[in-house]
Design a binder for this molecule. Structure first.
Ligand code: SF4
Length: 67
């Protein structure tokens, strides 16, 4: 599984870093856009739950999970 951020939608607010507990965030992306933390373990159920919460919380619905 991987976290995908639509760079056309992401506004760089970085709410997702807190909500996902560091599984993603602006500091992992380019040009002020969020991206997956390369060290995020998406085989961990808790990490995935946190990312799902970030998906729900993102104000522009820029985040998705791909298999
Ligand atoms: S919460 Fe959404 S809009 Fe904000 S930085 Fe994360 S992906 Fe981008």
């Amino acid at each position: 599984m991987k976290i995908v951020v639509d760079e056309n939608k992401c506004i760089g607010c970085n709410i997702c870093e807190d909500i996902s507990e560091g599984a993603m965030g602006v500091k992992f992306g380019k040009k002020g856009k969020a991206a997956q933390n390369p060290e995020a373990d998406l085989t961990d159920r808790v990490v995935v739950e946190n990312v799902k919460l970030a998906i729900e919380t993102c104000p522009t619905q820029a985040i998705s999970l791909e298999k």
